[in-house]
Design a protein around this ligand. Structure first.
Ligand code: DAU
Length: 354
């Protein structure tokens, strides 16, 4: 029987790297991607991944299906047809600021979409389901120890609440429907191909146009950063050797304030100047969590996973990729109402014509 893996959200930032790593396995599985191709997807880049592994577009090992995970009929039909052995759920609405102004697409994809996939996976007797989630489900860790893999969730923003709901649906199916599932929760992820609404690619876009980057509040919120290659490798390790019902954490190096992160990023991009000139303080994100912190000791022990990229080399490699791919998102910024989002969020588009 063919070994088929269904990757939802495979045209997204982390999903694409997961697909690439799956295709890189010799004797690896057939990969079917299901992706709604929203504003943050890059189908052209995903097709290029397929080509680079087979010399042909839509190689025999990669099939791309455009569709919404919350469309139950589509999901059931697709699963009945391709009979995946493994399902990796990376389909998600991910941007906190967007969830604060309209959480409906987050509820649809992150909650209803997860439920549709879970139900179809139970019906199709999928052998392993991986729910890709986030450190944000634990809420603000300021003044508290790092969250352990066994801790309960306490989300504080609408996006995180939808991810926590999706995770709960998966956990319920493990217990009540015998689904063999694991949940992975990662910290802030960066690297090539990230949509420029997130901190690092947005800063690069702004600085590239000689505009200051917006910093929410005092800029002293703490985040931990993980390179996308390390995050994807963790997800695949959890898929292969994780224990049914377990939660796994992927954390990176030490916590850094947003201001310090932007200063390192500026250096990696080879740009100079004083923070007062290249950063602009703006109103804080409502309910902004000051600190996220994930303990990943159990995960490292059980999966044999550890991040391989150092912060400096990861930033340098990302800067190099951006320099060689300056137009990667150009067409998307004008489509899907992306400019309108920036205008509403910051009162100006990301790049102001001078
Ligand atoms: O922690 C994992 C999460 O990381 C993922 O689950 C989310 O899907 C992903 O979007 C990311 O969430 P964040 O809200 O932490 O990422 P973002 O890049 O939007 O912001 C990182 C930090 O930088 C956060 O403290 C807010 C701040 N920030 C962000 C933007 C876009 C600014 O100060 N200015 C900005 O313009």
């Amino acid at each position: 029987m063919t070994d088929t893996w269904l990757v939802t959200g495979g045209a997204g930032f982390i999903g694409r790297v997961v697909v690439e790593q799956l295709l890189a396995w010799t004797e690896g599985p057939q990969v079917v991607v299901l992706d709604a191709m929203t504003y943050a997807a890059h189908p052209v880049a995903l097709r290029a991944v397929g080509e680079s592994y087979a010399g042909l577009p839509e190689s025999s090992r990669l099939t791309i299906v455009e569709g919404d995970v919350a469309d139950g009929v589509l999901v059931s039909k697709l699963m009945a047809r391709v009979r995946p052995r493994v399902v990796l759920n990376l389909a998600a609405e991910t941007h906190v600021d967007r969830s604060l102004s309209n959480n409906a697409p987050f509820v649809r994809t992150n909650v209803e979409g997860t439920e549709m996939l879970v139900r179809a996976s139970v019906d199709c007797r999928v052998e392993r389901f991986v729910q890709v989630s986030t450190d944000e489900v634990y809420g603000d860790r300021v003044g508290r120890r790092a969250a352990r893999e066994t801790d309960g969730v306490e989300p504080t923003n609408p996006y995180a609440a939808t991810k926590a709901c999706g995770d709960a649906l998966v956990q319920a199916a493990v217990r009540s429907s015998g689904l063999d599932a694991v949940i992975t929760r990662g910290c802030n992820t960066y690297g090539p191909g990230q949509f420029p609404e997130k901190l690092l690619p947005l800063a690069a876009l702004r600085w590239g146009a000689d505009q200051p980057m917006w910093v929410y509040g005092d800029g002293l919120q703490e985040r931990v950063w993980l390179h996308v290659d390390d995050h994807a490798a963790g997800i695949l390790a959890a898929a292969r050797v994780g224990t049914e019902g377990a939660v796994y954490h992927f954390s990176g190096g030490r916590p850094r304030t947003n201001q310090a992160t932007l200063e390192s990023w500026r250096r990696a991009l080879g740009l100079g100047g004083r923070p007062d000139d290249y950063l602009r303080r703006v109103a804080d994100r409502p309910g902004h969590d000051r600190r996220y912190a994930l303990g990943d000791q159990e995960t490292r022990r059980q999966l044999g996973w550890a991040p391989r990229r150092s912060w400096r080399s990861g930033l340098r490699a990302t800067a190099k990729w951006l320099a060689s791919n300056p137009q990667f998102w150009a067409s998307s910024l004008e489509q899907h109402g992306v400019s309108a989002f920036f205008a509403a969020q910051y009162g100006e588009p990301p790049v102001v014509a001078s």
